[in-house]
Ligand binder design. Structure first.
Ligand code: OXD
Length: 312
């Protein structure tokens, strides 16, 4: 008899095995099983998921909470049958935050220092010596000032960049200029390098389109480390062709893996990375997830607990 069950569902069985091996010793009192091996759906109290199949979670009548193996919960919300009263716990540990800071700083610095142009020059064997502005003359804008957005903004400010943030509430950390819901146009107009770290919701889907890209200063750059659904891909291709956007660094795509032959793969003004900005690993992620489940069980506050449909 498995007793109280934690069911795990992930699209890649090879990765799921490594996660389950981490969870088992960290969740004493629970039987941790792949969802496909659960025989008594009524015994499932927690589900740890990444892109769960539609309808899976509504099949657990005693589910107390769902855990997203990542900061985003859009992959859970995508299940129209999700039992709305069941909370979702996001996974945002210190390692994920650090990785996102690293990714954002790496790519903002790369664009700031014109590295794509230097790399293209190297391929041509050209000595393309030119100077770039210093960080204090480069205006970086972070779209989405949740936990990861704030951490990225502070790390960039540490390099001396002129950093601003945009969030619906307009609230952000001390020292970062903030713009609220009404200030999107002004925020974009002062942004040379735009970094998208928004959650994907009905309100933010397609936010990076011809209209908003057109509000950036001509020749601005984009880094999207949030979700492919934020970006209207054809609008970006048009903005790159017209010079409105000079370079885009994309970690996330409407369809992942990015299909073979997609124009982004070979576009000289696009850098593609395979959704690795803040890829969570079983060692550190396992501790964060198990800790959140145990806190929830003990009735303690879980900071990253939310509900589907709450907005962003
Ligand atoms: C996440 C991600 O949501 O890596 O954490 O995309």
């Amino acid at each position: 008899m498995p007793g109280r069950i934690v069911a795990v569902s992930m699209p890649r069985p090879d990765r799921m095995e490594a996660w389950i091996a981490e969870f088992r010793p960290l969740l004493p009192g629970f039987t941790v099983l792949p969802a496909s091996e659960v025989r008594d759906a009524g015994a499932v109290e927690y589900a740890i998921v990444w892109k769960p199949p539609a309808g899976l979670l509504k099949g657990y009548p005693n589910l107390k909470a769902t855990v997203s193996v990542g900061a985003g919960i859009d992959h859970v919300a995508a299940d129209a049958e999700y039992p709305r009263g069941v909370p979702v716990i996001k996974t945002i540990g210190p390692d994920m935050t650090l990785r996102m800071q690293e990714y954002v700083c790496l790519h903002v610095l790369r664009l700031h220092r014109d590295q794509p142009r230097l790399e293209a020059a190297q391929r041509r064997g050209a000595w393309d010596q030119h100077s770039t502005p210093t960080a204090r003359d480069r205006r970086v804008g972070i779209l989405g000032m949740g936990h990861l957005g704030q951490a990225a903004a502070l790390a960039l400010a540490g390099f001396g960049f002129d950093v601003a943030g945009w969030s619906r509430s307009g609230r952000g950390p001390e020292g970062i200029a903030m713009f609220g819901a009404e200030g999107l146009e002004a925020f974009l107009a002062r942004t040379d390098i735009l970094v998208c770290l928004l959650p994907l919701t009905a309100e933010t889907e397609g936010i990076l389109d011809a209209r908003t890209l057109g509000m950036l200063p001509k020749g601005a750059c984009l880094v999207n480390a949030a979700r492919g659904g934020h970006l209207v891909e054809e609008d970006l291709l048009a903005a790159l062709a017209s010079g409105q956007v000079s370079h885009a660094t994309l970690d996330v795509f409407a369809v992942e893996p990015l299909p073979a032959g997609h124009p982004f793969w070979s576009h000289p003004q696009v850098t593609v990375t395979p959704h690795v900005a803040s890829l969570i690993d079983p060692k550190s992620g396992g501790r964060v997830i198990a800790g959140n489940i145990l806190d929830f069980e003990a009735g303690e506050e879980v900071r990253d607990l939310t509900w589907i449909g709450r907005g962003y």
